[in-house]
Design a protein around this ligand. Structure first.
Ligand code: ADP
Length: 594
């Protein structure tokens, strides 16, 4: 909303300017749906454009003499699914309300703002007085709403990767499932992730000269979290990783052939999705869920878990966030809580880690507010590891040319490497925060660029134009562009390239692949941001939620980032999507077969 307010101020200032030049219009009159605006237009079709999340977005606006007849987004490179709601809903609402005072879509504000700016520009081109279209239209009725009651075998709270995996698995086991999601779109943090899925896949890894095993994955996960996770859960996660990947593939998910190592994964066992960011996972799982008849309801927020007199969880109280209709959704077999983490909830995260104040950026979507933690606690669930909150060293969401670590070096603002880049995420962040301004540059050569877009679907050329990635033909020129002494950066890169030959450096780096040698070269400024909450609801091997005495709360299951006790103090990069798929599936199977 803040961004929209800024936009509206801009729009109104432009409007004042336009008025000064005598543009054609009457005063705004409409404030009710369906009422015709008395604004007059120069009928015709007008084009406008603005910068979206991934590139330029173009709209056409069709005007009759007295109405905005159509708004169509005719060109864009926004990430599919994340942008679907704003690209459809905002044009629709502008036409319906005959107003530009339309709320941005939470979780997709950049795309929302781009649509609104492009439409504003098109209207300006038509000579419209923008202020005439700034009236707020409320379609909300103040009448108290009647409760809607629904029932199914299973209620899933949260439509990210864990919730959708749970819904599909419950569907596979014959369950009638209702999934509620509080945001206007599915996907949560999953859809915004780098799309990386860890699992040992010895056959394919061997072809690429990588040695790996389930045991090694276990050891690195468990020890990489300082043995603070539950070893039984870690074992289940790594043992079911490859099967989970094949399960996704059986529903049409595509992974790249090459196995790599995303930052903090500690080993090359990361399977990278073909589709950008986490969109492939959500698209695949949503389609599969629909095939099983899962009823997916967005814009509905779970508020309270319902228990019966025996203490069994039997449903959830919820609310439609748009019109405030109360809902009660009952689950014959119980409820699966998959409402994600709390990194976007400043109050909650500072309760557990006081240093993670509001000024610390986060990679999370705005819905990652830990509602599930509160709801679970209210019905007696035990929480574990709440103080373990991960910062992502690659923040923020603009990831530069790659999230892969094997072909990257990190240099501080003095042009020097300061850590082995294949280290744990917590150690990387600690080291970064000790550098000048708590920032560093990731340096890459052009061998990492395999297409026009990076792993999250952003166009690399556009990122260069925006100055997010700095590009140069030589390391010396690159250094100059980022205010580092040329000879220092050149020495650093030469030294690194020598280390690649020797497979050894002073920091103890183990993952070696290409040298930084093929022009053009790239630098991306990066810094840590609050990323993943490792703590949460305590579960057993069947994903049943446990109370303070480690007793099962009947009918209550949890999976995904809402759960604690798996990743310990530090989660390996690429283990989150593994976690949600493996434990999401287990929860769906077990709730149906309890
Ligand atoms: P995970 O990786 O564990 O699946 P995600 O962040 O991807 O976690 O997904 C969790 C989803 O749960 C998000 O889409 C979030 O908006 C949703 N969610 C959070 N709280 C609620 C709630 N109270 N009711 C319904 N959905 C919720």
């Amino acid at each position: 909303m803040k961004k929209f307010r800024t936009l509206l101020v801009l729009v109104l200032s432009i409007a004042m300017l336009l008025t000064a030049f005598g543009c054609q219009s009457n005063e705004p009159t409409s404030s009710d749906e369906g009422e015709e605006s008395s604004t007059t237009f120069n009928a015709g079709t007008y084009m406008g454009e603005a910068q979206g999340h991934n590139g330029t977005l173009k709209v056409e606006v069709v005007l009759s003499e007295d109405k905005i007849e159509e708004v169509n987004v005719v060109e864009h490179s926004e990430t599919p699914q994340i942008s679907d709601v704003p690209l459809n809903q905002i044009p629709e609402t502008i036409v319906k309300n005959q107003s530009l005072a339309v709320d941005t879509i939470s979780g997709a504000t950049v795309t929302s703002d781009a649509v609104l700016t492009a439409v504003t520009k098109a209207l300006e081109g038509a000579g419209v007085e923008i202020s005439a279209l700034s009236q707020t239209v409320s379609n909300e009725s103040t009448e108290p709403k009647e409760m809607i009651s629904k029932s199914a075998d299973v209620v899933v709270i949260g439509g990210g990767g864990a919730g959708l995996s749970a819904a599909v698995a419950a569907g596979e086991n014959g369950g009638k499932v209702i999934l509620i999601e509080k945001m206007p779109m599915l996907g949560g943090n999953t859809i915004r992730s780098g799309g990386a899925y860890n699992s040992a896949d010895p056959e394919r890894q061997k072809e690429q000269g990588i040695e790996d095993s389930i045991d090694k994955h276990f050891k690195q996960t468990y020890e990489g979290g300082d043995k603070a996770g539950d070893s039984k859960l870690v074992k289940i996660m790594v043992e079911n990783g490859l099967d989970g990947k094949h399960w996704l593939e059986s529903y049409g998910m595509e992974f790249r052939n090459e196995i790599g190592s995303v930052v903090g994964s500690l080993w090359p066992r990361t399977h990278q999705a073909v589709k950008p960011a986490g969109t492939g996972y959500i698209e695949t799982l949503e389609k599969a869920a629909k095939e099983y008849g899962v009823e997916i309801i967005t814009n509905v927020k779970a508020k309270e878990i319902i228990k019966d007199e025996s203490g069994r969880v039997i449903g959830v109280k919820a609310e439609n966030v748009l019109d405030k209709t109360p809902m009660e959704i009952m689950g014959e077999k119980g409820v699966i809580l998959a409402s994600g983490g709390f990194a976007a909830n400043v109050e909650m995260r500072t309760k557990y880690v006081p240093s993670l104040t509001a000024d610390k950026p986060t990679t999370n979507h705005p819905g990652a507010t830990g509602d599930g933690i509160v709801m679970a606690e209210d019905v007696g669930a035990q929480l574990v590891g709440m103080e373990h909150i991960q910062l992502l060293p690659m923040a923020i969401e603009l990831v530069g040319p790659t999230i892969n670590v094997e072909n990257s070096i990190f240099v501080n603002k003095e042009g020097k490497r300061f850590i082995n880049e294949d280290n744990r995420r917590d150690k990387l962040c600690e080291a970064i925060l000790a550098q000048t301004d708590g920032q560093y540059y990731m340096i890459n050569d052009s061998q990492v660029i395999t297409g026009p877009n990076n792993e999250t679907g952003q166009n690399i050329e556009e990122l260069i134009e925006e100055g997010i990635i700095v590009k140069a033909d030589t390391i010396e020129d690159l250094a100059q562009k980022i205010n580092i002494e040329s000879n220092v950066l050149k020495d650093t890169v030469d030294k690194f390239n020598k280390s690649v030959d020797e497979q050894k450096d002073e920091f103890g780096r183990k993952l070696w692949k290409n040298k930084v040698e093929k022009a053009p070269f790239y630098a991306t400024l990066r810094y840590p941001a609050v990323h993943h909450t490792m703590g949460g609801v305590k579960i057993n091997e069947k994903t049943q939620v446990l109370d303070a005495n480690d007793e099962i709360i009947p009918g209550f299951y949890a999976a995904g980032e809402i759960t604690g006790g798996i990743h310990g103090t530090n989660r390996l990069g690429g283990n989150a999507l593994l976690d949600i798929v493996v434990f999401g599936r287990i929860s769906g199977e077990n709730i149906m077969n309890q």
